[in-house]
Design a protein around this ligand. Sequence first.
Ligand code: SF4
Length: 477
Amino acid sequence: MVSVSLYTLGCKVNQLESEAIAHAFSVQGFRVLPWDRASEEPKADILVVNTCTVTSKAEQKARRVIRKALRDHPQAVLMVTGCYAQVAREALDALGRECGSDSLDAKRLVVVSGDTKSLLLDLPGFLAKTMPEEMALVSISQWLREKETSQTPVTERFRFIPGDFSLHSRASVKIQDGCDNHCSYCRVRLARGRSVSLEADQIRATLQALEAKGYAEAVLTGVNITQYRDTGILQEGALHLGALLRYLLAGTEYIRLRLSSLEPEGLTEDLFAVLGHPRIRPHIHLSLQSGSPRILEQMGRRYTPEDVEKGIRRLRVVKDDPFLGCDIITGFPGETEEAFEETYAFCERSGFAWIHAFPYSPRPGTAAYTYPGGVSERDAVLRVERLRALGRAGRQAYSRRWQGQEVEAILEASKESNPSFVTAVSDNYLKLLVPFPNQEPPPWGSAIRCRICKLPDRGEEFSRFDALGEYIKEESR
Ligand code: SF4
């Protein structure tokens, strides 16, 4: 039995695309191995590394994974795809040569650029018709070259719809790709191109299929979902994110919708008008990046701290104490101590329950790459640590506010060390541990009601969770 293994870096969109590729292989009878078991005998025959280009660290990690894979799997075929492959094909080809796979018959690394990634959904079908012993890279790279076209139709970017989510308990649906903004630090738009959207009725059909399969929640994801546009539905104008959500809620009965990151400029009255719906999760993650007006301007961001503050106030009106998270880049060129203190103070008064902070990473091909006023990595990392500590305190304060209250949650995996404990994610994004001392827990992926009872003390066995959840009942469909 031919086996395949995937290693994924980066965002939810990349995770979803890998899930779809894994599914495409499994339905063709290939054995899909978790990456950490790919080196166990019999080793994986086909490896896929789905890369990211958001930071230089992500690219360095991809290069390390590729080198190790070529070393540990001398017989395997390695395909490298994703955003780094889209913007640095030559560099990856050179890495392949550096690792001794330069002649065609010894060539074991094939770069499948990001915009042709969907070919990896069809490759299993081709390979399934090919005898294992002929599954050499020659045939695979020839097949890929024949299939590659200069212009990949937009629809190809939305073919990543896994029939099942073997790696995640909550489904996700890619509704949008690419971005029309020009943030000065961002390489994503160079890798994923202009913003494109999946037609609303296709999204609705996918959600109806997931609902029929018993999925209780779906994450709507994309590179910048606030730029969602579907010109096909409405007579006048285009369907934006708010109207899309109304359309999806009207076309489904039970499935809950969670939104992936939102650009603050997308916090419109049209969106607030639907966010209050009980089937939209009370969890909003903002790509904020800074709380300093000057730095936001230099980043080419399209909002001010005051705009975001107003948006946060509205979110806390339309939702009952929602879980609010944000992304922050520290050490952007020109970020003085004062500018950073503005960001810190903004995050402190906004009371975020999670702060995903990371140091600025200069990206070739971006405007900011040549900006003066660089900040030392040491200072950038110190600022990250201060924000992460603030985020941890915010999360504890948020969990304390919900202690004793009932929430809905999606069951995930049982704890290996003690199967009568099941992990779960609540509607307001708390990571829970739910004990089932006297009964069999409902199946993986089920929606349950539970009460937030005990918060972990430092060093306690379940301290990596936000709280213990006391099981009440399974949610009725
Ligand atoms: S909004 Fe800015 S940072 Fe985000 S993908 Fe678009 S250009 Fe990049």
